[in-house]
Unconditional design. Structure first.
Length: 162
C-alpha cells in the first residue's frame, strides 16, 4: 500500500518536473455574473428567440478575399475570439444581435484593443453589438432598454408579461 502510494506520488512529481503530459480540468462556460444576465435576457426575450453563449467570431463572419494569404490573415484575427451572447430568431436561428457584458477587464489596454476590433467587425457585417456594463443585478426592462438603445427593439417582438 505504501509502496503504491510512493510510486503514484513519484509519477506525479516526475510529470510536474519533467514536462509530463498536460492535465485537463473542467472549466466554466459562464461567470456567475454572465449566468445572472442570461436568466434576465431569456426572460426579456421570451420564446421567440434563442440565446447562444460564448460563440466564436469565426462562426459569425466569413472572410471574402481572393488572396489566400490575406484571407488567412483576416481569419487569424477572429480565431480565438468569442462573444458572450448571440440572440437568434427561434425558428430560423439567424443571428439578430450580439451582446457583450463588459466587466472591469474591458478597461485593460489589450482588452480595449480587442473590443475595438470586435466593434469594427460587427459594424462591417451589419449585426448589432450591444455592450452592457456588468452589474450586480439586471432587470428585464433594463435589458430591453439596452437593446432598444442599440436600435434593435424593432427586430424583437413585444415583451409580454407572463
Amino acid at each position: 500500500m505504501i509502496l503504491g502510494l510512493a510510486i503514484l506520488l513519484f509519477a506525479n512529481l516526475k510529470g510536474a518536473l519533467f514536462g509530463g503530459s498536460a492535465r485537463y480540468v473542467r472549466g466554466r462556460l459562464l461567470t456567475r455574473n454572465e449566468k445572472d444576465f442570461l436568466a434576465v435576457l431569456d426572460e426579456a426575450l421570451g420564446s421567440n428567440y434563442r440565446v447562444f453563449v460564448q460563440v466564436r467570431l469565426a462562426e459569425l463572419v466569413e472572410v471574402k478575399c481572393g488572396v489566400a494569404t490575406k484571407r488567412q490573415a483576416a481569419l487569424n484575427k477572429v480565431f480565438g475570439k468569442s462573444v458572450d451572447f448571440v440572440i437568434c430568431s427561434a425558428i430560423a436561428c439567424d443571428p439578430v444581435a450580439v451582446i457583450e457584458v463588459d466587466d472591469r477587464s474591458h478597461l485593460l489596454p489589450g482588452r480595449r484593443a480587442r473590443d475595438e476590433f470586435v466593434n469594427r467587425v460587427f459594424a462591417e457585417i451589419g449585426l448589432p453589438l450591444v455592450r452592457v456594463p456588468a452589474q450586480r443585478v439586471y432587470s428585464v426592462l433594463g435589458v430591453r432598454s439596452a437593446l432598444a438603445s442599440a436600435g434593435i427593439e424593432g427586430r424583437l417582438l413585444p415583451y409580454q408579461v407572463r
